[in-house]
Design a protein. Structure first.
Length: 289
């Protein structure tokens, strides 16, 4: 019935909106140009950094090659010097062993037997250090063979521990060996003996006179576990993983009171890994390891 008509002038609104949009677009363009300039600058910096990194990588590769060569020369030197030293040491140890047997069955004085035993023990220690160097070189070169055989582990522990009985008596150390009557295993007897020799040598080295050292062979079903425990000063908690590294020693060169190459426990770990064994280092109640 009626027509209602309404008209409104929106010219100013449209012009203002267009003007605002133009200003906004100008701001966006300026910001985009600034970002583009920053990206170009960063790209140039990255390109320059990549060139520097490539140069550094080339230098690092050359240094790595040189270190590999030096490491190979070091291993070769250890192997050569160990071979050269082992032969004369063997020729020294054999006559000393014969002389020690002769003195034991004769009326020789206690002093003479003590001096001969001391020479024999030190010669064996030096021979063991030389053998450790040779074994380290073989392990690094991947040339350490494993000879599997069946043998009595309990007898091996008893025989190996007997090497330290005289030293235990001289230093008044309570040395106790606890093993079952028999324990037949399949492994490499020579390497297991080397492991036990190094562990016992380490225990005697750091145990004071009148101390105590225990060796136990524990068997359970298809598992055999050898434990060496002493009441020496022990190993600091922060060093218990590092002592298995080659040439690593708890004492610094300034405060060192005990000799050694720092290879004993490293060889123990390497041989244990080679025989698929497991090493655990825990503090004993007396403070030893």
């Amino acid at each position: 019935a009626y027509i209602l008509h309404h008209a409104e002038d929106v010219t100013e609104f449209v012009v203002r909106h267009y003007h605002d949009s133009t200003q906004h677009l100008s701001k966006v363009e300026v910001r985009a140009q600034r970002m583009e300039a920053e990206i170009m600058q960063r790209a140039a910096e990255v390109k320059q950094a990549n060139r520097a990194l490539k140069t550094a990588m080339e230098e690092l590769e050359q240094m790595n090659q040189r270190l590999t060569e030096l490491d190979h020369l070091k291993s070769q030197f250890f192997a050569n010097i160990s071979h050269e030293l082992r032969t004369p040491l063997t020729l020294i140890i054999a006559p000393l062993e014969n002389r020690m047997r002769w003195l034991t069955g004769s009326n020789a004085s206690a002093e003479e037997r003590h001096e001969t035993g001391l020479m024999l023990r030190n010669a064996r220690i030096l021979y063991r250090h030389v053998t450790d160097l040779l074994d380290a070189a073989k392990l690094e070169a991947g040339r350490m063979p494993v000879f599997w055989a069946r043998f009595d582990l309990a007898e091996l522990v008893r025989v190996t521990a007997s090497y330290f009985e005289l030293l235990a008596q001289e230093r008044d150390i309570a040395f106790q060996v606890i093993v079952p009557e028999a324990c037949v295993v399949e492994s490499d007897s020579e390497k297991l003996q080397r492991i036990l020799l190094n562990l016992l040598s380490n225990a005697f080295k750091f145990t004071q006179d009148k101390g105590c050292i225990f060796v136990r062979l524990v068997t359970a079903e298809a598992c055999a576990q050898i434990e060496v425990q002493d009441n020496g000063p022990g190993i600091p908690a922060e060093m218990r993983e590092h002592v298995f590294e080659r040439f690593m020693q708890v004492e610094s060169s300034v405060t060192r009171q005990h000799g050694g190459t720092g290879l004993g426990l490293a060889i123990v770990k390497d041989f244990a890994d080679l025989l698929h064994g497991k090493l655990e280092l825990e503090e004993s109640p007396g403070g030893g390891a």
